[in-house]
Design a protein around this ligand. Structure first.
Ligand SMILES: NC(=O)c1ccc[n+]([C@@H]2O[C@H](COP(=O)([O-])OP(=O)(O)OC[C@H]3O[C@@H](n4cnc5c(N)ncnc54)[C@H](OP(=O)(O)O)[C@@H]3O)[C@@H](O)[C@H]2O)c1
Length: 218
């Protein structure tokens, strides 16, 4: 059983992932920003640790994650500005890598995005900046030497999903329920032989565990 530190534990994906991990017997530490979020996390069996990823140093992140053997990064600035996007989506995973190395944690799961997401309709400079920060983080994670996974979900839907998905190193862009993303992260965490892979994810017909089992193992 793993002890998983979730950065973004209160977000659309993170708040689904934490309880799934707990129900599967894992320990979970959840980073949260606001004091009042601690109660919900505790009630779900998650150990809350308060902190703001923008202000935290890698050493402080390592202190928050000190009992963990897996880090999940699912935080995001969610369109709250250029500087916050740089600090959260770009710098955040890089600090998480440094924290993992300080602790000797090797397993890091980054929730990223399809590089071609929204290309047909989103042209704002802020969106291009978001995509380039996601890519900067992907590149740092892929070069980290850790046992990383970069998970690139399609457009996120506020839904639980059907327990099925389409995933692989290169698939067509689409949408995906946040519940599907959470269940895929759970399945990946429980299949550590899938590592050092970029995995694109949409809703689709294959049962999630089966889809994860069919990914390259090493
Ligand atoms: N939206 C899409 O269609 C889409 C598509 C592909 C990938 N993604 C990516 O998927 C990931 C998960 O998305 P989501 O929908 O679950 O995100 P979300 O609901 O916006 O949640 C973001 C999480 O990050 C946390 N956070 C924000 N700023 C923080 C800070 N300074 N310090 C610590 N935590 C902070 C939030 O905490 P609070 O609860 O305090 O706000 C929340 O837990 C994100 O990285 C996102 O960029 C999104």
């Amino acid at each position: 059983m793993a002890t998983v530190f979730i950065i973004g534990a209160t977000g659309g994906v993170g708040r689904r992932l934490g309880p799934l991990l707990v129900q599967s017997g894992h320990k979970v530490i959840g980073l949260h920003r606001k004091l009042e979020q601690a109660t919900n996390l505790s009630e779900a069996g998650i150990s809350p640790v308060q902190g703001d990823i923008i202000k935290m140093s890698p050493k402080q992140i390592a202190e928050a994650a000190r009992d963990a053997d897996v880090i999940v990064f699912s935080a995001g600035a969610a369109g709250s500005g250029i500087d916050r996007t740089t600090a959260i989506d770009g710098d955040g995973p890089i600090k998480a890598i440094e924290a993992a190395k300080l602790l000797g944690i090797v397993r890091l799961y980054l929730v990223s995005a399809f590089p071609e997401a929204y290309r047909q309709k989103e042209t704002a400079d802020s969106f291009e900046h978001y995509m380039s920060e996601k890519k900067r983080a992907d590149a740092a994670v892929a070069a980290s030497g850790l046992d990383w996974i970069i998970l690139r979900p399609g457009v996120l839907l506020n839904a639980e999903g059907e327990g099925t998905a389409t995933m692989g190193p290169a698939i067509m862009d689409g949408s995906v329920a946040r519940g599907t993303v959470a269940r895929t992260l759970l399945a990946l965490i429980e299949q550590p032989s899938v590592r050092r892979e970029i995995i694109e994810l949409t809703d689709g017909p294959t049962p999630i565990k089966e889809a994860v089992a069919s990914l390259r193992q090493s």
